[in-house]
Design a protein around this ligand. Structure first.
Ligand code: SF4
Length: 300
């Protein structure tokens, strides 16, 4: 049994907490879908083979960077047979900007050779077969199965999902395989792929690692981390307060529960009035964040 389910049931004797948690998770799914209706994998691809190659290349890099590399790669090696027979030096030159290029080039060739030897040059459609390919673990397999083949075999757990799942009270684990197990237990199977990609978008654009934008987050009413003392403020305080950051920090401070909030410091200007942000406004803010992040690129 997952840690999530274990913790949830142990604190509440009756069925009420289970019902509440199921309702909260349903609301998380709905709110994420409303906030990020167009969330998809951000690696450009035309088929499962291309997405498999792109996902292998994306490790320790950014989708934006990989999308600048793959057009030439796929033009030169359009299928598994071509890639399996690639000249190692030429392949390394084509992928060198992705980082760790020697290892990635080696994995790409070995993966393509395995596709030819074991699967007739086609990408297999099961988790068990995919994770047997060189350079492919569950995360890559889930990306390919969910986004290229439409199969909800698991939940993609990348650095963003690993961070957001605990913040949202969906797992207490740190190991990606255990986090995935908790998410698979908590979510309906037909939401596994879409939920993961929406969570990744949310992590890239709103729930940042160092300074989550709780004050602008559509999930805040459903998030147990939103009211944690210091959440967001600690990170904000560690960086210089600029003209654009000051109102956000003040607004966040004013959302603390009255019982725990410290007296507000004497301000030279009145602090912005803290009110519940309407869902539509939060969504609009999140979409604006999308635009900004797209231009910056995001590390996987
Ligand atoms: S409320 Fe804060 S911690 Fe929770 S998901 Fe939103 S940004 Fe992240």
């Amino acid at each position: 049994m997952s840690a999530l389910v274990r913790n949830t049931t142990s604190r509440q004797p009756g069925p009420g907490r289970k019902t509440d948690e199921a309702a909260r998770i349903a609301a998380l799914i709905t709110t994420l879908a409303t906030t990020w209706p167009d969330a998809v994998v951000e690696l450009d691809h035309r088929n499962a083979f291309e997405l498999l190659c792109a996902t292998i290349l994306a490790a320790q890099s950014t989708d934006k960077m990989i999308n600048t590399i793959t057009p030439a790669l796929f033009a030169r090696y359009p299928d598994a047979r071509a890639l399996a027979g690639a000249d190692p030096d030429e392949l390394e030159r084509l992928v060198h900007r992705s980082g760790f290029f020697r290892n990635k080039a080696k994995n790409l060739r070995a993966m393509a050779q395995a596709l030819v030897d074991r699967h007739g040059g086609e990408v297999p459609t099961t988790m068990a077969e995919l994770v047997e390919l060189p350079g492919v673990a569950r995360k890559t397999a889930n990306v390919v199965l969910g986004s290229a083949l439409g199969i909800d075999a698991g939940v993609v757990v990348d650095t963003h999902v690993s961070r957001l799942a605990p913040r949202l009270g969906l797992s207490t684990e740190t190991d990606p395989v255990k986090i995935e197990r908790d998410l698979m237990a908590a979510l309906p199977q037909d939401a596994w792929t879409s939920f993961a990609h929406r969570l990744i978008w949310h992590g890239r654009r709103v729930c940042h690692a160092r300074a989550p934008a709780c004050g602008e987050c559509s999930l805040a009413p459903l998030c147990p981390s939103a009211d944690l003392p210091g959440r967001g403020e600690a990170a904000a305080a560690a960086r210089p307060v600029t003209a654009t950051r000051a109102p956000k920090a003040a607004a966040k401070a004013s959302t603390k529960p009255a019982a725990t909030a410290k007296p507000a410091p004497k301000a030279t200007k009145p602090a912005p009035k803290a009110t519940a942000r309407p869902a539509a406004k939060a969504t609009a803010t999140a979409k604006a964040a999308t635009k900004a992040t797209r231009s910056a690129g995001t590390r996987r």
